[in-house]
Ligand binder design. Structure first.
Ligand code: RB5
Length: 142
């Protein structure tokens, strides 16, 4: 799978670890940055990732900032994006099974690296349940 990843300064360390894990597992990773801890604005990176997902340049996306909220708010302004915040493995499962999130958002300052890696694995390997969840998703766009 081709996976886009983006982050602000709060998500740099986890971004590199997640990208490394994904590459070792055979995925292609497109890194939308940033690559340093110099303070930046999360929206600049979220918009770049969202556009890549919407245009099909990547299959799915992962976004990291301190709380995850700035990334989620920005990503979800895009009509083609369903960005879901997850802070446990079970939420990582549900955000795919029920919400079919095409971008996973992680709160890098509030979860361990181990948890972040676990959430990514679960989200990627869980299928969308469809059915009543598809009906609900269809009602999201304005
Ligand atoms: C950066 O300090 C922080 O505001 C950002 O990473 C994120 O938590 C915003 O939602």
């Amino acid at each position: 799978m081709k996976i886009g990843i983006c982050n602000d300064h709060a998500g740099v360390e986890y971004k590199f670890k997640i990208a490394g894990m994904l590459r070792r597992e055979g995925h292609e990773v497109v890194d939308f940055g940033t690559d340093t801890e110099v303070s930046v604005d999360y929206a600049d990176y979220a918009h770049a990732l969202a556009s890549a997902v919407e245009q099909g340049a990547v299959d799915k996306g992962i976004a990291l900032c301190g709380t995850g909220n700035g990334m989620a708010m920005t990503l979800n302004k895009h009509q083609g994006i369903r960005a879901g915040l997850a802070w446990s493995s079970e939420i990582g499962r549900l955000v795919k099974a029920h919400n079919n999130a095409n971008v996973l958002v992680l709160p890098a300052r509030f979860i361990s690296l181990r948890m972040a890696l676990s959430i990514v694995r679960v989200w990627l390997s869980t299928p969308f349940d469809g059915g009543r969840h598809q009906r609900r998703i269809d009602k999201i766009p304005l």
